[in-house]
Design a protein around this ligand. Structure first.
Ligand code: SAM
Length: 387
């Protein structure tokens, strides 16, 4: 059988996702590709997400272009493995050097379709199903309808939780978590820094505890005492026993507990740096952060820098934001993390659109740190992340 033949055999089934993996050559830059259906402007498309060691790239193709794209990726990256999950079956495909395939069909293991034809996007938190914390936070009406004004927030928290879900699954599969952990150590300790009204914190708790049945301990921290008091009231009303909210500055926050994951969503300016630094100090296995308001670099860099190319305010602002996150990722790499910078949500929904996802995978590398420090000096900045 060939890939074309398989494709035409399964095309009528609702496809949940495709995973292309296991490149024949270790030097091959694309390590994996994931394809899932998405609805864009009411048109059914397929999102192709390709992953290198450090980056993820997205491309959307129509169903007409899907087969061609899959074949192109399979050939260019010389993937040996293809897994296709549909509502009816799982297909595990091995590809030999001549491009011939061997298909093993198994009962379906993925029941949640990310998208089905002619349906709205299925989020982790589903629109149309009343979810108490979303109602209490004004994101949903009591009938489960997402409030128009809150749609972007709804989309963001869904996307964030979806990305955390990818990581947690990965942990379980690769055994990155210490299998000798006692059950209490297997509790996921998560801190959400700059949690604000804590849409994300509640969403994560709801998802991990009630949907994934995980044991968790989640803390939200923010400077705003009133907002935190409201969050604590709500979590008591909801009976979310392992969720707590604290008032405080990220810089001063101390804990004796082992922290599995640090997250932050739009923690302003250098509050993101504080979150990253605490995570590294605690040796957190996973860090997921969507920064915002990159003022520090912008204030320090002169207009004449970058060969005079940033004299326009808008360019300077965007270069500053990108450079800040580039330096943050260099710093995290130097601290022994594998870093990916991912598109968070569509630009149409928020321009604060880069997610830094970092997974601890090695020892700190002082040489890398020195190189990054030299680089920032050459640019004439002195960033919080290095101090
Ligand atoms: C833009 S809001 C984002 C809130 C929330 N994460 C969300 O996405 O809805 C940023 C939050 O970070 C908090 N914050 C800023 N600097 C902080 C710091 N140093 N320590 C703790 N919280 C901080 C602010 O009080 C604010 O609530």
């Amino acid at each position: 059988m060939t890939i074309d033949e398989l494709y035409y055999k399964i095309i009528d089934q609702d496809i949940i996702w495709w995973i292309l993996s296991n490149p024949r050559l270790k030097t091959q830059p694309i390590k994996k590709a994931v394809i899932r259906p998405v609805l864009i402007n009411n048109q059914m498309m397929y999102q192709i997400e390709t992953f290198t060691e450090k980056q993820a790239f997205h491309e959307n193709v129509t169903s007409d272009g899907l087969l061609h794209s899959v074949q192109k990726i399979m050939v260019e990256s010389s993937f040996k493995q293809l897994d296709i999950f549909t509502k009816k079956h799982d297909y595990h495909v091995l590809v030999n050097k001549r491009g011939e395939i061997m298909v093993k069909t198994a009962p379906p293991t993925k029941q949640v379709a990310t998208m089905a034809h002619n349906q709205k996007k299925q989020y982790i938190l589903e629109a149309g199903t009343p979810i108490p914390f979303l109602i209490a936070l004004g994101v949903m009406t009591s009938s489960g309808k997402v409030v128009d004004k809150k749609y972007n927030k709804f989309k963001q928290i869904n996307r964030f939780v979806e990305m955390i879900d990818d990581i947690i699954t990965n942990f379980d599969e690769t055994g990155t978590q210490d299998d000798s952990d006692t059950s209490s150590n297997r509790t996921l300790h998560i801190i959400d820094f700059g949690s604000g009204k804590s849409y994300l914190t509640f969403a994560l708790y709801h998802y991990l505890v009630y949907i994934k049945k995980r044991q968790v301990k989640i803390t939200g921290l923010d400077l705003k005492a009133e907002v935190i008091a409201d969050c604590n009231l709500l979590k008591d009303q909801l009976g979310y026993a392992d969720l707590s909210f604290k008032v405080g500055d990220i810089n001063d926050y101390v804990t004796e507990e082992p922290i599995s994951m640090v997250i932050s969503l739009h923690a302003c300016n250098t509050a993101t740096d504080a979150a990253l630094k605490k995570a590294v100090l605690w040796d957190a296995k996973v860090i997921m952060s969507v920064p915002c308001c990159h003022a520090e670099f912008n204030q320090q860099i002169g207009k004449d820098n970058f060969y005079g190319l940033i004299e326009h305010g808008i360019i300077k602002e965007r270069v500053s934001a990108l450079m800040t996150d580039a330096f943050r990722s260099k710093w995290l790499e130097a601290m022994g993390y594998r870093v990916q910078l991912l598109e968070f949500v569509d630009m149409a929904h928020t321009p604060k659109n880069i997610m830094i996802r970092a997974i601890k995978n090695s020892q700190p590398n002082i040489q890398l740190l020195k190189e990054a420090q030299v680089l920032q000096k050459e640019l004439g900045v002195n960033l919080t992340i290095f101090n």
